[in-house]
Design a protein around this ligand. Structure first.
Ligand SMILES: [Mg+2]
Length: 208
């Protein structure tokens, strides 16, 4: 069986990176940033960045914020804030014994992605690592990658957002949603993943 893993929010905790990028970008445009807790709670409920900042999405101020945000999100200094979730390594070691693991991530900077994966020692578990800049529709981007790769109905997608669950549904394969990342448990429930768990370490407790 092939398992298609998402990276951000699924294998690694990105909350600090997202927060410090928000803080920096808000400072540059002269807006007050939120506390870590406030920002992350809103983010996990999918509240858009302009609403988090309380500014018009069409304003030049917000466009500037987004530009800074996108640049900083994949900057190596900020990427170094990411940490693997607890028991990620044990989980991946166990899963590689039975299954073929692929990593699919929607990043813009492939060089920095590879540097980060090497630093975190996460690169060795995967047969292949795919990264693609996100299209407007993240679900479609994921579907395209998996279609190119080849899949069968017994395969599995594991991710922390609705894009992962929706991609699985449209491909007719199973989905595991984890609420360790950028969405809450109640948010993900609305998308009816086949399996909903706190984090990837729970994969070892269920029969896949
Ligand atoms: Mg993710």
């Amino acid at each position: 069986m092939k398992i298609f893993f998402d990276l951000d929010g699924t294998l690694i905790d990105v909350s600090k990176r997202y927060y410090f990028v928000h803080k920096k970008a808000a400072l540059v445009i002269g807006k007050k940033s939120l506390s870590f807790k406030e920002y992350w709670q809103k983010k996990r409920k999918k509240i858009p960045e302009n609403k988090i900042l309380n500014i018009d999405s069409e304003s030049s101020q917000f466009k500037e914020y987004q530009k800074i945000r996108i640049n900083l999100l994949e900057n190596l200094d900020y990427l170094s804030l990411d940490t693997p979730f607890e028991n990620v390594f044990d989980t991946l070691v166990a899963l590689t014994k039975k299954h073929k693991l692929y990593l699919i991530t929607l990043r813009r900077n492939e060089k920095n992605l590879n540097t980060q994966l090497k630093q975190l020692k996460l690169n060795k578990f995967f047969i292949k690592i795919f990264s693609s800049p996100p299209d407007k529709d993240l679900t479609i981007t994921k579907i395209k990658i998996i279609k190119n790769l080849g899949y069968s109905k017994n395969d599995l997608i594991i991710g922390d957002t609705e894009a992962d669950t929706e991609a699985a549904k449209k491909l007719g394969i199973r989905s595991v949603a984890v609420f360790s990342g950028i969405r809450t448990e109640s948010f993900l429930k609305k998308y009816h993943p086949d399996i909903l768990i706190k984090d990837v370490s729970h994969l070892l407790k269920i029969h896949l």
